[in-house]
Design a protein. Structure first.
Length: 266
């Protein structure tokens, strides 16, 4: 019964390994002969196929009905330096002879001595770490990974928002062109003045000349109770200067009353 179960397991393993080998051959052929037109989705499909076949092979090895193959020993019965056609056929021309040189490589059930030594060293270092220290290291690593993922997500959000801000228009071209035309060429501006504006002063008006002439005759009168050099104020200025020749008298009088308290007097 055990021999029958072992034979069935070996047949299943050989079938799975053959499928895996065919997938590897097809992928290598694509890389060597179709690299100029090979696309990334095609490469990902090949990797996904290989990953699925490896998972299936591991499931077969870990199945409860699969016997422990590590307890099985393979011993070569015949070693010959001559060419063996049967081995050539089974190995598809990779192993022409089954001699003392190839047996250690093809029947080895353990890794290379260097790899085995490194594996033992890693196991020893892992055994020296206490559970508390290991848990702290795991938490620290998880925290670092979380911070890294957060930074990456933040940069992606900022880049997306920056792209949206660059693409979003913040002005109206029509309004901008109208404003430039109005400032540079006066386009669209009205020539009418608003009601109540005096406009420019014309020399033909008699009152205007009197106001201009009377402005030069303003007198500064010191305020009572304060020094004359510090508190000059305007009081009782009559803008009509009838005594001056060539000036027309005007009936406009302006009285500027002083405040009740000087701003600098305490």
């Amino acid at each position: 019964r055990e021999e029958k179960q072992l034979e069935l397991t070996l047949e299943a393993l050989i079938s799975q390994v053959a499928d895996l080998k065919n997938s590897l051959v097809s992928f290598i052929y694509k890389l060597e002969n179709e690299y100029d037109r090979l696309t990334w989705p095609s490469v990902l499909d090949s990797f996904a196929l290989l990953s699925g076949q490896l998972n299936t092979l591991n499931k077969v090895l870990k199945h409860e009905k699969t016997p422990l193959l590590r307890n099985q020993v393979i011993i070569p019965l015949v070693l010959s330096p001559d060419r063996d056609e049967e081995i050539m056929r089974q190995t598809e021309g990779r192993v022409p002879v089954f001699s003392h040189e190839v047996v250690p490589d093809h029947l080895r059930t353990k890794p290379d001595p260097e790899v085995e030594e490194q594996e033992k060293q890693l196991i020893t270092d892992a055994a020296r770490i206490s559970p508390d220290v290991a848990q702290k290291q795991i938490q620290s690593l998880n925290k670092m990974c979380s911070n890294l993922l957060e930074k990456i997500s933040k940069e992606e959000r900022e880049s997306e928002s920056g792209g949206l801000r660059q693409n979003k228009q913040t002005f109206n071209p029509a309004d901008t062109n109208a404003l430039v035309a109005a400032v540079a060429f006066g386009k669209g501006l009205s020539n009418r003045r608003p009601p109540g504006s005096g406009g420019s002063v014309q020399s033909g008006q008699p009152g205007a000349a009197a106001i201009i002439a009377g402005a030069s005759g303003m007198q500064q009168v010191p305020m009572s109770g304060a020094p004359a050099q510090q508190q000059p104020m305007l009081a009782g200025v009559q803008m009509a200067q009838a005594a001056q020749p060539g000036k027309m008298p005007s009936g406009i009088k302006t009285n500027i009353k002083s405040a009740s308290m000087h701003p600098y007097q305490r």
